[in-house]
Design a protein. Structure first.
Length: 81
């Protein structure tokens, strides 16, 4: 399909030089650029690393609660409620 583009003169000149260096056509270079931009635009956003807050307060476990036992931890949580 043919279309007309109004491009910046320097940008067009640089694109033509790049096309010659890559031994491709200006049309193919423009197509590749558009495909790249469209792919990036439709890609899901990159997940950022989430910083998990760390409690640095005093205290600790209740005496007698085994921290390696889920059952003991759940019972202690229920006792507190």
């Amino acid at each position: 399909m043919k279309t007309t583009l109004d491009l910046n003169g320097k940008l067009l000149a640089d694109a033509k030089v790049l096309a010659v260096r890559r031994r491709t056509s200006l049309t193919r270079l423009i197509e590749e650029g558009l495909q790249l931009r469209l792919r990036v635009a439709s890609a899901p956003p990159v997940a950022r690393a989430t910083r998990i807050p760390v409690h640095r307060g005093k205290g600790g476990l209740v005496r007698g609660v085994d921290p390696l036992s889920n059952k003991a931890m759940l019972q202690a949580a229920d006792d507190d409620a």
